[in-house]
Design a protein around this ligand. Structure first.
Ligand SMILES: [Zn+2]
Length: 998
């Protein structure tokens, strides 16, 4: 059932959105509340009664009311809240115990003494109350109901932490009825609210030694001292006497209260025009420094948006799991007491509290604008300074745009991914208003905001109301901003270059947003705004000989592609990596270090253009010099990423190359150097929507591997000659399909790959009588080319299926892994015979040279046990499957409760003709292996300790049944330890993509 709930919810909000009017009508409803509530701090419950007086100011007759019962969001795992948390990978609530969850019960809606019929909706935290008698325009109705709230632990906003109480979104509350009809909404963690204005009279009864603060004015004189001391140490016992504290508030649309026996407070009076506003910080250890941050917000917003209308602004330091702070009228709760959080939350009194937009549908109208003002309030004078957070945010947005994962600023909360909620709404949503201000100029922008505030204070503005207000005040057409910049998920990109008549300014993007161009001609600088139609260009005339033009020199617009923003940008060599500047074309350089068993220590340099922001074209060249082999090795990679129209849809063209030395193990221990060049194209398919956990991709690659013998193949002596072959090159075409369901619960992935290979070899003659220099473990080989090239084909398919089964342990599923491979056609070259059996043994399985191996083809030492989780991932050490058809491998990894990072695992393997192996005297068709797994970095660095296995494998390993030759025999526990070290996955450009969800 739970999947249907979320689908119904998404469909519902989508249909709602499609029909939305974007301008508000002149009327709005009024809802006044009287609440009596008593806290039981032993059972963590609230018992209360509420009277809701609803005034219908709409032209419509109202016959029912949607009422929010948001404490029910914490009732079970099928609520919209629970599903969203699960989708976002925040699993605390999912795995929580019933006693820590919450709900509302005991409701009995009546009006005029008549019991009202209540219908359920698809969300248990929204009900439909049928009125006894429809209310016409101008009429009122009062609903009464008792209620009992079981308070959850804090999983989001409402709840308690021991005996600290955070009482928010807690009482039965009608949804907004506006020009678009009813706006019911289930509670969400990521996605806020929409409520009617009115008045509140709330009486709260608590044990007498609680500090209690709330929205509105406190009516108890003895609760109003200027300071009170708190305690951090222990929670005092509750006073047996009770007190009832009364609060009244007008012109607000929500009421929150907070209570604790540990809290004290400090206060300060702040002047707003002729009035005084009380700033108050409430905490176990209230810090007077934080009063300054409240003052910063009150003063800046009052001057630049509109005067603060309420009597106090209170900041409570407490427990919250929905961001760093959360706003309520006159009062905010901050989990993290920084200037940024306090200014932001207090600032919400304007953008949410007074200008009360539908936050769920248009989060940009409160969060983007408020984040912009928060930044302005904090750095007032220095408004053009780009802060580091802003630059990182821009970089992340650029990444998202490249991958087709960006979502427009004006997207509804429930449709945004968790990352985009931060990046689009708060990040570039805030920058967008800086863009608008730069375009309008400081003075006009301020006038627009003051006028918007005056017109829409204590109302519910819709997007076009704001647009109309700004257009009227500024006298400018702002369609480009409100209908395009806010609505597009495409990159805005202008380019400038020199032209014989001056400069050419081109708009490479899909929208006609204006940009400022700074022109310096013969020492004189001017900045002018231009607007160019999408895809077109204009000439900016300039006859000056010495002339430079730069787009967006102050970083005010949302033009993300800085590389084409300035004429005469110079190539600049910089150390490390960093933030690209439009003045330069940066080439970053880093010292590089490498090691493998053949090349030993390698030193080199890495030249690359990986910066904080990924670019469509990226490259890295890392030459590495091996002192041991006196040879130049290294890695090179270049990729071009192209976003397509679908959600997450994109193409990546890549060319990867690398070269290192290694030794071919089989037969004669020949030394080689390999050079691999692999062009590929990967298509990431569109998702059904950006929040979908399903990812699909197809990758086609060509792998060319040249094997260069590191020995003289033209020797003339002929002594004790045997015949053999040496490989010259390998070529593989690979086609891989990947399907991944990244759900936090029961996620899975399926990889299916096919490859077609061509192996080219020479027959050679070898001299075994004079192996110099002689090496007892590695016999040297001195071949003579005999005859011409022969070639062989290889066609295989393989598949990996992984499934994570939830067994009720948070982030610790039972993991299943199945691998299968089938060889249709194989080369009969001696060297190849065993390598295609798909068994892991450092190097033999990696015949495409995909991995970075510490000791490729090792037959001794610890590095021979480096295995790859992209193949069979087998922990059977030293076992060579000589089959040339099918192989199946199945593994289970079992989590242990608590913080233990060790997981027991078991592996089973079967392959064609396993029972006919010479060492398999018992004719077993299945072999097993079990042990313990230590995940240091999941999938990147893992160690496996074998504890038991089929006895025939042990007998094969220690030579009992004549399996491994004496110098390769495996006798000890240490020799059976295998490990994954995935350097591919640790490459910087990939790591950054993995880290981007901060
Ligand atoms: Zn906010």
């Amino acid at each position: 059932m739970h999947k249907n709930v979320i689908l119904a919810f998404l469909l519902f909000s989508y249909l709602g959105a499609a029909a939305q009017s974007k301008t508000q009508s002149s009327w709005q409803q009024q809802v006044d509340y009287m609440v009596d509530v008593k806290l039981d701090d032993v059972n963590h419950t609230l018992d209360g009664e509420i009277a809701i007086t609803y005034t219908n100011n709409s032209p419509d007759t109202i016959s029912f009311m949607y009422i929010h019962l948001w404490p029910n969001a914490y009732k079970n795992n099928t609520t919209a809240f629970a599903k969203q948390m699960e989708e976002n990978g925040e699993m605390d609530f999912y795995y929580s115990k019933d006693k820590d969850r919450g709900f509302i019960e005991g409701l009995d809606f009546k009006s005029g003494g008549v019991k009202l019929k209540v219908d359920t909706t698809e969300n248990i935290d929204v009900v439909k109350v049928m009125l006894a008698k429809p209310i016409k325009t101008g009429e009122q109705v009062t609903l009464f109901t008792p209620f009992r709230v079981k308070l959850p632990k804090v999983f989001s906003r409402l709840g308690h932490e021991n005996q600290d109480y955070f009482i928010t979104q807690w009482y039965p509350k009608p949804a907004v009825y506006d020009v678009n009809g009813w706006n019911p909404m289930p509670y969400l963690n990521m996605g806020e609210f929409y409520s009617e204005f009115g008045s509140f009279k709330v009486n709260v009864t608590v044990p007498a030694n609680y500090t209690i603060v709330a929205t509105g004015e406190c009516q108890n004189a003895d609760e109003l001292s200027a300071t009170k001391s708190g305690t951090v140490d222990s929670v005092p016992p509750s006073d047996s006497r009770l007190k009832t504290v009364k609060f009244e508030a007008n012109n607000v649309h929500d009421f929150a209260w907070f209570a604790s026996k540990r809290w004290g407070y400090v206060t300060k009076k702040i002047k707003v025009g002729e009035r005084e506003v009380l700033a108050r910080v409430v905490a176990a250890e209230p810090d007077i420094e934080n009063l300054k941050h409240i003052e910063t917000a009150i003063t800046y917003y009052s001057n630049n948006v509109g005067p603060y209308p309420y009597s106090h602004a209170t900041v409570v330091h407490g427990e919250l799991k929905a961001g760093g702070g959360m706003e309520y009228p006159m009062i905010t709760l901050c989990d993290f007491m920084s200037e940024e959080v306090i200014v932001h939350e207090v600032g919400h009194n304007w953008f949410y509290g007074i200008l009360a937009n539908n936050e769920r549908r248009y989060p940009w109208m409160d969060e983007s604008i408020n984040s912009y003002y928060e930044g302005q309030a904090m750095q007032k004078e220095d408004s053009k300074k780009l802060d580091l957070n802003g630059l990182i945010m821009n970089a992340l947005v650029q990444d998202n745009m490249l991958l087709g994962e960006h979502q427009a600023i004006a997207t509804a909360s429930a449709e945004l991914t968790e990352g985009n909620y931060g990046m689009s709404v708060y990040g570039i949503g805030s920058s967008a208003f800086g863009y608008l201000k730069a375009y309008l100029g400081d003075g006009i922008f301020k006038k627009c905001m003051l006028a918007y505030y005056e017109t829409w204070k204590f109302k519910h503005p819709l997007p076009d109301d704001m647009k109309k207000s700004f257009e009227t005040t500024s006298g400018k057409n702002l369609t480009w901003f409100f209908d395009e910049v806010l609505q597009t998920n495409k990159k805005i990109d202008y380019a400038v270059c020199k032209h014989k008549q001056g400069f050419e300014l081109k708009n490479n993007s899909a929208i006609a947003a204006p940009v400022p161009v700074k022109v310096t001609a013969d020492g004189k600088t001017t900045t002018t705004w231009y607007e160019v139609f999408p895809g077109e260009s204009i000439i900016l005339p300039s006859a000056a000989k010495d002339r430079i033009a730069q787009i967006d020199a102050f970083g005010e617009t949302l033009d993300f592609n800085l590389g084409n923003n300035k004429t005469d940008s110079k190539v600049k060599l910089k150390f490390g990596s960093g933030i690209d500047k439009p003045e330069f074309k940066e080439v970053y350089v880093l010292p590089a270090l490498g090691w493998n068993a053949y090349d030993r220590l390698m030193l080199g340099l890495s030249f690359h253009n990986y910066a904080i922001a990924n670019k469509s074209l990226q490259y890295m060249v890392m030459p590495l010099y091996s002192f041991e082999k006196k040879s130049l090795n290294g890695i090179a990679a270049v990729s071009y990423t192209m976003p397509l129209d679908g959600a997450g849809e994109h193409l990546i063209y890549s060319l990867d190359a690398k070269s290192f030395n290694f030794e071919e193990r089989e037969s004669f221990g020949k030394d080689y150097k390999y050079i691999k060049v692999a062009p590929s194209i990967e298509y990431v398919l569109p998702k059904s929507n950006q929040r979908s956990p399903i990812n699909r991709s197809i990758k086609l690659a060509y792998n060319f591997i040249e094997l260069i013998p590191d020995f003289d193949i033209n020797r003339s002596e002929k002594v004790s000659i045997i015949e053999n072959v040496i490989e010259r090159n390998r070529q593989f075409f690979t086609l891989d399909y990947k399907l991944e369901n990244k759900s936090s619960i029961n996620g899975f992935s399926l990889d299916i790959g096919a490859q077609y290979g061509l192996i080219s070899s020479n027959s050679v003659l070898a001299d075994l009588a004079n192996p110099t220099p002689f090496d007892s473990t590695r016999r040297r080989f001195f071949p003579h080319l005999k005859d011409s090239l022969t070639s062989a084909n290889l066609l295989t398919v393989s598949s990996i299926f992984k499934y994570d089964l939830d067994i009720g342990l948070k982030n610790k599923p039972l993991q299943f892994r199945a691998y299968g491979s089938y060889i249709f056609d194989s080369p009969d070259a001696t060297i190849y015979k065993n390598t295609i059996g798909s068994l892991d043994k450092a190097g033999l399985y990696d015949y495409r040279f995909d991995e970075y191996l510490m000791h490729r083809n090792a037959t001794y030492g610890m590095f021979q046990n480096q295995i790859s989780n992209r193949r069979a991932f087998s922990k059977f050490v030293g076992l060579l499957a000589s089959n040339e058809t099918w192989l199946l491998d199945f593994q289970i990894s079992v989590p242990l409760p608590g913080k233990i990072p060790i997981r027991p695992y078991v592996e089973f393997m079967a392959y064609d003709d396993l029972d006919k192996e010479t060492w398999n005297s018992t004719g077993k068709k299945l072999i097993y292996n079990l042990g313990l797994e230590l995940q240091v970095i999941p999938d990147r660095l893992e160690i496996f300790f074998n504890l038991a296995q089929s006895s025939i494998v042990t007998d094969y390993q220690d030579g009992t049944t004549g399996g491994l030759s004496s110098n390769r025999q495996i006798n000890t526990f240490a020799e059976r330890i295998t490990f994954v070290l995935d350097l591919n996955g640790l490459m910087p450009q990939k790591l950054k993509r993995q880290l981007k969800m901060f």
